[in-house]
Every structure is written in C-alpha cells, then in structure tokens.
Design a protein around this ligand. Structure first.
Ligand SMILES: NC(=O)c1ccc[n+]([C@@H]2O[C@H](COP(=O)([O-])OP(=O)(O)OC[C@H]3O[C@@H](n4cnc5c(N)ncnc54)[C@H](O)[C@@H]3O)[C@@H](O)[C@H]2O)c1
Length: 325
C-alpha cells in the first residue's frame, strides 16, 4: 500500500495491460479512473473492479479532449496487435498522436506526471541486436505497420517536446512483447494464437520457418516496471526498454505450448507477413541500473497462467470478437 493516495488516470484501462495496471494501482491504495472506448478492450477485463470504492470507469475516446482532475496519467490507449491496429489505420495514428496531444495537454494543465506506453515497434525491423534505447530504428513509413510504428514515434516526439517546451513531467517506456491473462483471444499475437489453437486442438500456424526469435515478458513483470519508472525522480524521462531479454525461436514457443497444454495440435507453416521483424530483443541494461528491474517470471510459469486463463475463457464461451466501431 502506498502512503499517499493519488488520483490516477489509466487510458486504455479495459485492455490487456491496462486492466492489470488498474488492479495494481488499486492494490497500492490509489484512486483509479479507467478510460476506454472499448475498441479492443473488454468490460469483462475490469468487471471484477466494479464496486471497488476507489475505481471508476469512463467510456471515452482519447482522440477527444478530456477534462478530469488527476495527479498521474498512464497513457495506454491504442490497439496493440497488427490485426487490430491495421483494421482502421487512420484511427490508429489519430489515437496515438491526437490521444497523446490530449493527454499531454491534460498533464500540462494539471501539472500531472504522465507515462507513455511506447513500444519496441519504434525500432522497426532493427539492424542492431539487442536494441538499446539510443538505437534510432529502421521503420518503413509507408508500410501497413506504419500507422502504429510511426504513430508511436510521433507520440514520443510529442512527449519530449511537451517536456522541453512546457516542462511536463514525462516517463516513456518502450514495451517489448508482453503476454499473460486477458490478452485478446483473436488478436493474432503469437502467444495467444498458439495457446488458443493448442487448446482447440487446431493446427498451430507458424509464419516463416519459425527460426525468427522473440522474447516474452509476463504481464506482472511489465507492470512492476511501469510502477518503478513512474516513481523515479522528475529528471528521469526515459525512454526505457521494458521486456524480457531471453530470446527463443518462435518454433520453440509453439512446441512448449503444445507440451504444456498436452495438445495433439500439429504445426502448420505459412509465409511471413510484410515488414515482420526477424529478431527483436531488448537491451535492459538501463532498466536494470535505473529501476533495479528485471523480469522474474519464468516463461513456463507465465505460459501456464496464461493457458489457465484461456482454458477458462474458452470453456465459458466468453471469447467474443472485438467491436470494430
Ligand atoms: N502487449 C504488448 O506486448 C505491448 C507491446 C508494446 C506496446 N504496447 C502498448 O501498450 C498499450 C496497451 O496494449 P495492450 O496489449 O493492453 O492492448 P489492448 O488492445 O488490449 O489495449 C488497448 C486499449 O486501448 C483502448 N483504446 C484503443 N483506442 C482507444 C481510443 N481512441 N480511446 C480510448 N481507448 C482506446 C482499447 O479499447 C483497449 O482497451 C498500447 O498502447 C500498446 O501500444 C503493448
């Protein structure tokens, strides 16, 4: 429990990461205002928080200004998986850019601290491995992923300009692949895809030959990183990479999930989508030294918890599709 109760705004709070963050902030004794337009977020993700005396939910789209009184903002609102952010790419860029302007304006007016959920996608298809925060990236500004990658890059620019020009207290975290309970079952992301396919006994679809590597961070580790960064001194702005530096080939992930679920699924190979990075791995030296943070949940433990969540979800038939509105 925190000694000082803060009023904290979480945009995108009904999403995968946002719902865990709301939970953690409430557990730490804060007042939480969760804002979401439910594009990819789900009421089920936060249903258990309703009735909590310090939790409040507001349906709102961050591309419109918001006038509330708060002390801190975590800006997470943005669809995060390619299927979702490519559904309406113009809206994706607007959410990142106009959403950032609206939230930074609010932070400026209230002198509130604001944390931006940025992404490893700002590095694009990286030419250096692992990626350190000073690597400037290799992003295709014209491709189908650009609405997300360039939107997040522009949001980072806005954060640093509000900091320099208006002295807004900012924290920028670059999130690498994170997984855990409450990921969307149909988001096409590799962990949720493989688990749902394995639980259904369907073939596991693997893009490319499966030798491309990814590193996966469990959600509770990521949220701990958020809290530590938010609580640093004002001169600490980031960007700070938060992710798991332990890489595994995607084929090995598929095999582990087949093993942990006891599934009879086979692996089916498909062509790699355009601009899909072949390798992505964070250098977390800065997070280690600045935040004394590193991931603590082993992949198999995190996968088991995620498998349990999806097994319950599929059993209760709650795997609804997102509302594209
Ligand atoms: N999960 C990851 O591995 C990962 C990696 C890198 C970055 N991120 C970033 O973290 C944040 C949260 O990602 P997530 O995985 O929880 O995704 P998510 O899709 O589950 O959550 C995003 C939330 O934002 C909401 N939202 C989208 N557009 C909005 C708008 N215009 N106004 C209000 N709400 C809006 C959605 O409804 C959803 O609840 C995103 O900003 C994402 O870019 C996530």
């Amino acid at each position: 429990m925190s000694l000082v109760r803060k009023r904290v705004l979480v945009t995108g709070g009904a999403g995968f990461l946002g719902s865990h963050l709301c939970e953690r902030l409430l557990a730490d004794g804060h007042d939480v205002l969760c804002v979401d337009n439910y594009f990819t977020g789900r009421k089920d993700n936060i249903a258990h928080l309703h009735g909590h005396p310090h939790f409040e939910m507001l349906r709102h789209d961050v591309t419109f200004p918001l006038y509330v009184e708060i002390d801190e903002i975590y800006n997470l609102a943005c669809p995060a998986s390619p299927i979702h952010y490519q559904f309406d790419p113009v809206q994706t860029t607007k959410t990142s850019v106009v959403g950032a302007i609206n939230m930074l304006g609010l932070a400026k007016r209230l002198k509130a601290k604001i944390l931006q959920a940025s992404t490893s996608e700002v590095y694009g298809d990286p030419t250096v491995h692992p990626q350190t925060e000073d690597y400037r990236g290799n992003v295709n500004p014209l491709g189908p992923r650009a609405c997300y990658d360039e939107g997040k890059r522009a949001a980072e620019t806005l954060f640093f300009d509000y900091h320099r020009q208006h002295r807004v207290r900012i924290k920028v975290v670059r999130i690498f692949n994170t997984y855990g309970p409450r990921m969307h079952p149909d988001d096409g992301r590799v962990v949720s895809n493989f688990i749902v396919q394995a639980l259904r006994g369907a073939p596991i679809t693997l893009y490319g030959d499966g030798s491309q590597t990814r590193a996966f961070c469990f959600v509770s580790d990521l949220i701990e990183g958020f809290m530590r960064l938010m609580n640093t001194a004002d001169e600490v702005t980031g960007p700070v990479n938060i992710g798991n530096p332990h890489e595994i080939p995607v084929r090995e992930l598929a095999e582990r999930i087949i093993h942990l679920t006891g599934s009879a699924s086979t692996i089916e190979y498909r062509p790699l989508p355009q601009d899909d990075p072949t390798q992505r791995c964070p250098d977390i030296t800065l997070a280690r030294s600045l935040l004394r943070w590193e991931p603590s949940v082993a992949l198999d433990d995190g996968l088991r918890r995620t498998i349990d969540y999806f097994a319950d979800l599929l059993a209760s038939d709650g795997a609804d599709t997102p509302r594209h509105a």
